[in-house]
Design a protein around this ligand. Sequence first.
Ligand SMILES: NC(=O)c1ccc[n+]([C@@H]2O[C@H](COP(=O)([O-])OP(=O)(O)OC[C@H]3O[C@@H](n4cnc5c(N)ncnc54)[C@H](OP(=O)(O)O)[C@@H]3O)[C@@H](O)[C@H]2O)c1
Length: 286
Amino acid sequence: MLKVDGNTRLVGILGYPLEHTLSPAIHNAAFNHLNLNWCYLPLPVESMSLNKAIKGLCSIKNFVGANVTMPYKEKVLPCLDEISSCTRVIGAVNTLHMSNNKLVGYNTDGRGFLTALVQDGGFDPKGKNVLIVGAGGASRSIAVTLALSGASELKILNRTWEKADEICSLIKSNFACHIEAFDFQSDLEYFFSTVDLIINATPVGMNRGECPFPADLISRKHFVCDLIYRPLKTKLISAAKERGAKTLSGLSMLLYQGAAAFEIWTHLDSPIEVMRKALEEALGPE
Ligand SMILES: NC(=O)c1ccc[n+]([C@@H]2O[C@H](COP(=O)([O-])OP(=O)(O)OC[C@H]3O[C@@H](n4cnc5c(N)ncnc54)[C@H](OP(=O)(O)O)[C@@H]3O)[C@@H](O)[C@H]2O)c1
């Protein structure tokens, strides 16, 4: 059991609303396992109080850092003293760390995705052609990480072409990775036939029965990742399995982005299997 006393170090998650966050379960299980006198709390903050809340947290002696979630991943940027170079390119922060009295911002989403892909999926994106469906914050973090990891070509498919094109401009101005944007009016059959890895970075699939694109575009040569973790078995994941493709659910990314934040705060290796078990228990049965 967690013991809370005057020496307990505080971490948490800033966002609004936070009723369904799984992060406290993952991190508190890890602290317990390693016998660390740390505690992870949900820190729900309304938009108008965000700056005050961050200033307040930073003035608390035992505050170490926080995760940042919707809707504040971009809004926290002006509150930071420092930002990691990769996070600056992504333009969104999901982890804060108080270091030498400075508030430093990181984005562990891309790193979490990459570790999940390699460790749990056994897929190395180096030299591969990748299709990312969706052009929001998760898509941007993953595009930057894959460009850094040597993916040979990225395609961004989004219902709003202009948002996909913004990611293309960002990648082209920072990396030597070939990238193009397209929308659902394009020749999907052709584009899908040219890629190795397909990533769903839209919320389409959170409602059971929805798929972000026609499932018959998937073949056994594809590796299919869905970032959605609730439900774990989305229609996309089921359809991809039926068509003989390898798959990875959003649970792994959620786990490893949390583990990366844990390592930034504690400078310790994260007890990944303890965190995975806590996450699965917190998610409950399908
Ligand atoms: N597993 C994890 O650890 C993890 C981490 C981060 C995010 N995620 C998941 O990844 C997904 C995307 O998150 P995000 O933060 O990138 O969200 P976001 O910034 O809101 O972006 C959502 C994207 O999905 C597209 N989209 C939304 N509804 C759509 C619909 N009905 N049909 C087609 N496209 C639609 C949007 O298109 P427009 O540009 O046209 O609006 C946008 O490009 C969410 O499901 C989130 O839960 C998972």
